[in-house]
Design a protein around this ligand. Structure first.
Ligand SMILES: NC(=O)c1ccc[n+]([C@@H]2O[C@H](COP(=O)([O-])OP(=O)(O)OC[C@H]3O[C@@H](n4cnc5c(N)ncnc54)[C@H](OP(=O)(O)O)[C@@H]3O)[C@@H](O)[C@H]2O)c1
Length: 233
């Protein structure tokens, strides 16, 4: 990668965002990161903004950084949370949608008009293979990712003629604190996930489902769950 323009990574104090930050810095890229916690990364080519993507000031802070980094044309949005549903309170459910879905819309609202004005750019957003599942344990996670994936699909088609590419990345299990499940089949490392994201920056696909075997299994599971609903079980 010879491009010297900076890359914005939202949600990179930990997990996939952190591994991607390290990979891109190792390759000589400049990176601007955002998360609620400070970053463990110390590097001359790295700046971190401590902030919450759902805070009222997020839009203005992002716009200010976009103005300062005039050559910023690439963004990777990794920020997300999960929440185990407590049906007696519904506590935390709204927040999942605010972080996982609404914050992407806020980010795009700030970025896309600027990217169009500059002649183009690339936004990569992390959805999930869980976007097709009826998830009884954490329905807000799957629901927010389902909305996100559908939204990104439409945006990718609409923005392409304006030079803005949108990539929806749907991982299976990745070894982070978010992958909080007793069974985690075909789990990949954060470094491998970062390499997948890195390839997306070159190829700019509309959608990536990874690993493909996990995507196939999820589709089979979805099909089986649909059959159970069909037969009223
Ligand atoms: N791990 C998996 O198995 C898996 C599978 C499929 C898809 N994904 C997706 O991959 C992406 C990254 O997940 P991960 O596994 O790397 O999760 P993670 O390790 O929990 O990291 C999430 C990152 O998002 C940041 N974040 C969370 N809420 C935020 C907020 N309100 N404002 C700003 N930053 C916030 C966190 O930092 P702070 O807490 O410091 O704010 C952290 O840096 C997510 O979109 C996730 O849905 C993950």
């Amino acid at each position: 990668m010879t491009d010297s323009s900076p890359i914005l990574i939202i949600g990179n104090s930990d997990g996939i965002g952190l591994a991607t930050t390290r990979l891109l810095l190792d390759e000589g890229r400049r990176v601007l990161g955002i998360s609620r916690s400070p970053s463990p990364v110390e590097h001359d080519a790295y700046e971190h903004l401590v902030g919450d993507v759902t805070a009222p000031g997020f839009r203005a802070a992002l716009a200010e950084r976009c103005e300062r980094y005039g050559d910023l044309t690439t963004c990777i949005h990794c920020a997300a949370i999960g929440n185990e549903l407590d049906p007696t309170t519904f506590s935390g459910e709204r927040r999942v949608f605010e972080v996982n879905l609404v914050s992407v819309v806020t980010t795009l609202e700030v970025l896309v008009p600027r990217l169009i004005a500059r002649g183009g750019g690339h936004v990569v957003v992390l959805s999930s293979l869980a976007d097709v599942l009826n998830n009884a344990g954490a329905p807000s996670y799957s629901g927010s990712k389902a909305g996100l994936s559908t939204y990104l699909g439409g945006l990718a088609l609409r923005l392409r003629p304006a030079g803005v590419r949108v990539t929806n990345v749907r991982f299976g299990f990745v070894d982070t604190k978010m992958a909080d499940s007793p069974v985690r089949p075909l789990m990949i490392t954060t470094e491998r996930a970062a390499r997948v994201l890195r390839r997306c920056l070159d190829r700019r696909p509309m959608r990536v489902s990874y690993p493909r075997t996990a995507a196939l299994l999820v589709n089979l599971l979805r099909w089986w769950l649909s059959l159970r609903v069909w037969w009223g079980r």
